[in-house]
Write a protein that binds this ligand. Structure first.
Ligand code: ZN
Length: 170
């Protein structure tokens, strides 16, 4: 591994990161492991990926990502009103409760309860971080060439994931 390597398209980058939203840490690689991704392949959110070009191993940076370059703006149409009677009685109907619902073709979707009224429950299908400004502190931990397989798949294969058969790509 060369010290001269800089982040550019087509390289596998290993990165430590902490993410703050509204002044709170919502995600950090300190709790898990650094993320590994293929730069330029859209593996991470675009507003962060575009700020990494030219960084070298050991470089750190604070990056502020506007909601439109992160998880998108709040979509006012991404709400649905569902009669209370359609909810199982074992689900607490309170704002903020997350649940899985099925669309008409049976696909599971995540939603949060936005509002509860006498007859109806208003569900919010926006990503929980939609409409939020994202503040990242990142540090480049590694840069390497991708394997042939990683290039074909368009993402990194993490060495710590031995036994993981990557079946989603088959
Ligand atoms: Zn793969």
């Amino acid at each position: 591994m060369s010290e001269e390597m800089k982040v550019q398209d087509g390289q596998i980058v290993t990165m430590d990161y902490t993410l703050w939203v509204d002044g709170e840490v919502v995600d950090s690689s300190e709790d898990t492991e650094p993320i590994e991704f293929l730069q330029g392949a859209g593996n991470i959110i675009p507003g962060l990926e575009s700020e990494l070009y030219g960084m070298a191993i050991g470089d750190s940076k604070d990056v502020v990502v506007a909601s439109k370059d992160g998880y998108g703006e709040l979509d006012e149409d991404a709400y649905a009103e569902v009669p209370r009677t359609q909810f199982p009685t074992n689900i607490p109907l309170e704002p903020g409760i997350e649940l899985q619902v099925q669309d008409e073709s049976g696909h599971a979707m995540s939603a949060r309860i936005a509002q509860v009224e006498d007859e109806i429950v208003r569900l919010d299908f926006n990503h929980p971080l939609a409409g939020k400004e994202l503040r990242f502190a990142v540090k480049i931990a590694g840069i390497r060439q991708p394997t042939e397989e990683e290039l074909q798949h368009g993402h990194a294969h993490n060495e710590s994931m031995h036994g993981y058969d990557d079946e989603e790509d088959d």
